[in-house]
Design a protein around this ligand. Structure first.
Ligand code: SF4
Length: 465
């Protein structure tokens, strides 16, 4: 899906499927209210500063911590693989599938696996793949990508899910949410028991101990990582934490930012395969350390702060632009504010254009981010670079040029602003193509009755007088 078509996809969705906007807005605001309450109940500001410091430190010595993590994981009996991109991940998975005769895989929710096209690859190898997170299960049944980092089915109404489950799982058309969840649980139970392979991501990987940390509310991750004979964890290299004690803050901060819970219902700490005398757990654990553009992003000093992200989704919930459409129109695995700055960092500004323009720069994302990523600043960096690379549309270029010409000529500027105030309706006229494009989905532009320079003179006079 070309990211360039984001504006068209967003406009079509708003016009043709208003129910999506309603579902996304309701759920995102609910998450955001819970986050605000959970932050207020804890020393959130101090934790955010601490978390930012830990991640900055980690990123400044990432190569050392990666080597330390590899050594600890290996000591723990985990097989470690390094992957530069999707091809390497597919090669590792292909080898595991062949070595173990894998016919069925169960998956925990992993945005990285979406980024790497894992499901499509495994299915092409003849492996049945089942998403086991309820939200992921719903969108897998619907044949759709996730619409939100934490709530992948956030765009779906209860009525839509009822229809989907009735068609695919035979539930009654008026089934309650509890009955729908029970139907999904019953369907997946047999898959958990018969899958040879379990795939997960990782919320954190502790370099000091080689511990893969997974946070969830449903218990499906625990089943996916302990019932099949083989567990593969896909870990982005930025997901490391230096020390085990860092988890004390990160686990609380992640849950509070994501859903407003003090901590996730289940926290799994995976230290390796089943050991002698243990009754459950996989025989083999593999950790794939994935780069896929992250090293290049780290080397870019103006953009590398994006790598602090712990994928909590709080910036999506806070974002008034994301709430209009959900994630699908973005066309990138990660949507909303984090997607707008991660896409250019991983793909380059040309490929990611114009996602970093999908923001009002209101700053709500930066205010809620648990690791203090300055998303508006990063958005401006990418916009600046796009302009330097000549990526603006011809109309945008002409407008910026005209504005630049006007502001350096005060008389021309004042004349233009006077003309606008004399004919305020002009900026709402459907006859002007640019204005028409603006007002199709928004209220019209109305110039201020008094220009700023007049107000400024008044303020100055008052101060001086
Ligand atoms: S940028 Fe911050 S708020 Fe957004 S998902 Fe990442 S950690 Fe969460």
């Amino acid at each position: 899906m070309a990211l360039r078509d984001y504006p068209r996809r967003a406009a079509e969705l708003i016009e043709q499927r208003p129910e999506v906007r309603e579902s996304v807005t309701r759920a995102a605001l609910h998450f955001d209210r819970n986050r605000a309450r959970a932050y207020a109940e804890a020393p959130a500001e101090a934790w955010r500063t601490y978390a930012k410091g830990v991640k900055d430190h980690l990123l400044s010595r990432l190569a050392d911590y990666l080597e330390a993590a590899e050594a600890r994981l290996t000591e723990n009996g985990v097989r470690v693989h390094w992957a530069e991109g999707p091809e390497d991940v597919h090669r590792v998975l292909g080898e595991i599938v062949r070595a173990h005769g894998v016919r069925r895989a169960v998956k925990a929710k992993s945005m990285l696996s979406e980024e790497l096209g894992v499901n499509a690859f495994l299915e092409a190898q003849g492996v049945e793949v089942y998403e086991t997170d309820l939200g992921e299960f719903i969108i897998q049944l619907a044949g759709e990508p996730p619409s939100h980092i934490v709530g992948p089915a956030i765009h779906k109404s209860l009525a839509e899910i009822r229809r989907l489950f009735a068609e695919r799982l035979g539930t009654p058309p008026d089934a309650s949410p509890e009955a729908l969840a029970a139907a999904a649980r019953a369907f997946l139970r047999e898959k958990f028991l018969t899958a040879e392979l379990g795939i997960s991501g990782a919320n954190f990987l502790v370099a000091e101990t080689g511990t893969v940390v997974l946070v969830e509310n449903e218990g499906n991750i625990r089943l996916s990582t302990s019932l099949p004979r083989v567990h593969v964890a896909l870990v982005g290299i930025e997901k490391l934490l230096p020390r085990f004690e860092d988890l004390a803050v990160f686990l609380q901060l992640l849950a509070r930012a994501a859903t407003g819970q003090p901590i996730g219902t289940f926290v799994s700490l995976i230290d390796g395969p089943r050991r002698e005398g243990e009754t459950d757990g996989p025989e083999e654990v593999h950790v794939v350390l994935v780069d896929n553009g992250r090293t290049a992003a780290l080397a870019d000093l103006e953009a590398s702060e994006v790598l602090r992200c712990i994928r909590c989704g709080a910036c999506l919930n806070a974002c008034p632009v994301y709430r209009q459409t959900g994630g699908h129109p973005f066309g990138f695995v990660y949507s909303g504010p984090i997607g707008e700055v991660l896409a250019p960092a991983l793909l380059g500004p040309g490929e990611a254009y114009p996602l970093y323009h999908a923001s009002t720069l209101c700053g709500a994302c930066a205010e809620v981010c648990p690791v203090k990523i300055p998303i508006p600043k990063l958005l401006l960096t990418w916009r600046h670079r796009a302009a330097e690379e000549g990526l603006l549309l011809p109309m945008e270029k002409a407008m910026v040029r005209a504005y630049a010409e006007a502001v350096v000529r005060p008389r021309a500027y004042r004349l233009a602003s006077k003309a606008m105030r004399a004919f305020p309706g002009a900026l709402e006229s459907e006859r002007l193509p640019l204005v028409r494009a603006w007002t199709r989905l928004r209220s019209g532009l109305r110039p201020s009755p008094r220009p700023f320079h007049e107000l400024w003179e008044e303020i100055k006079d008052e101060r001086e007088g």
